[in-house]
Every structure is written in C-alpha cells, then in structure tokens.
Ligand binder design. Structure first.
Ligand code: G3P
Length: 217
C-alpha cells in the first residue's frame, strides 16, 4: 500500500518524506487555506514547493465547479509540474472533466466520493485515483472502511485500473484497516503515520537493550 501525506504544510511534508516511506501528497482547498495560501500565484508556487520536496504524485484540486472552469484550471495545474495530479470533485461536471483529462493522458484524482456508485462512474471516466472519505462517513455513523472494501472488490471484479486512495484518514487504526481491505493508497496526517511505530514492547525491549548494552562497556 502506498502512503500519501494529506496536508499542505511544508514542514510536515518534509518530515514525512525524511522517513523515506512517502509516495506522494494530497491537498485540498481547506488544507491550503489552513496554511494561509492566498491568490493564484501563491497557490501555484506552493504546489511547486511541494513537488520540489517529494518525488511522488501531488494532488492539486480545482476550485471551479463547472466543466469549463475545471478543464481550464486542470490544464494549468497539469502544465505546472509533471508530478501534479488534477483533483476533481465527484459531480456530473467533475466526471465529464475527468473523462476529458483521461483522453488527454492527464492524471486525475476524484475527490468527495461516498458511494460505490460514484466510484463506478469515476473508474469508467478513467480517473487515476478515486478518493472515498473514510472519516467523514464514520462521522455520520456509516462505516467508512466498509466503503473502501466494497470499492476495492468492485474494481477487482471489473478489472478497473483506477487506484483506491483512502482519504479522510483520521488515525492509525484507519491505516491498519485500509491494509486489511486492500486499499491501493492511504492519504494520512503525519500523526497517523507515526502512530504505526508505537508499540509498548518496542519501547520496553529497547530500554532493556540499552541497559544491557551499558554492561558491555
Ligand atoms: O483528502 C481529503 C481529506 O483531507 C479530508 O479529510 O479529515 O477533512 O475529513 P477530513
């Protein structure tokens, strides 16, 4: 399973990248706004800064909601850097825009996906990634991981190439569950990735090794 980090924070992207296990970055307008990025030029420069930090795919979301606007913005984003994947919301215009980009050989990530039916349309339009939101489904008492499992099964059944990118990952347990159901990618906050390292037996075992190592001086 690939690991993307879900943030526009350069320090966190750098820290995750230095672990050596990072495969890419996802952003969205809320994450960009959180970093105080304003104005088209600053937004584009921020995406370039992210691409400079990491080697993998960097999802950059269109702000337009109509087909023509998405196509115009997406073409600009795709031209910006070869690592950019154009992120598009799962709407009627969005699906049309994804098909447009697929036909042009431009990679896309379809966001705000909450059902198997939406994921079917996303794959048929040829998106590179589909982003079902795990945490936001859990927030409304609906099993987000179950949706990941059902989309993975459906894509396998019909042999779709679209990769299942589990988004809205809130904690480490979500990552473990994504592994179990066969997600292709999980995009996570840094804290959830770091949580994978935590085990009391690792800590106590290391403390013993350090103590015993002193006896070897
Ligand atoms: O990539 C989408 C993701 O960032 C949404 O996460 O926590 O706002 O539901 P969240």
């Amino acid at each position: 399973m690939k690991f993307f980090i879900d943030t526009a924070n350069l320090a966190q992207i750098k820290e995750a990248n230095e672990l050596g296990v990072l495969d890419g970055v996802t952003t969205n307008p809320s994450l960009m706004a959180k970093e105080g990025i304003k104005g088209k030029e600053n937004v584009l420069n921020h995406y370039l800064a992210i691409c400079d930090l990491v080697d993998g795919d960097v999802s950059a979301e269109v702000l337009a909601t109509d087909y023509e606007g998405m196509v115009k913005e997406g073409l600009e984003l795709a031209k910006l850097h070869k690592q950019i994947v154009v992120k598009i919301p799962c709407t009627k215009d969005g699906i049309k825009a994804i098909k447009f980009f697929t036909d042009k050989g431009i990679r896309t990530n379809c966001t705000l996906v909450f059902s198997v039916g939406q994921a079917l349309l996303v794959a048929k339009a040829g998106a590179t990634y589909v982003s079902p939101f795990v945490g936001r489904l859990d927030d409304i008492s609906t099993d987000g991981i179950d949706l990941i499992a059902r989309i993975v099964d459906m894509y396998r059944e019909y042999d779709f190439d679209t990769q299942v990118l589990a988004a809205s990952i809130r904690h480490t347990m979500h990552i473990n569950q994504c592994v179990e159901v066969g997600a292709d990618v999980a995009t996570c906050p840094l804290s959830a990735i770091e949580g994978l390292l935590k085990h009391p037996l690792t800590d106590s075992g290391l403390a013993t090794f350090i103590a015993d190592a002193k006896k070897m001086d």
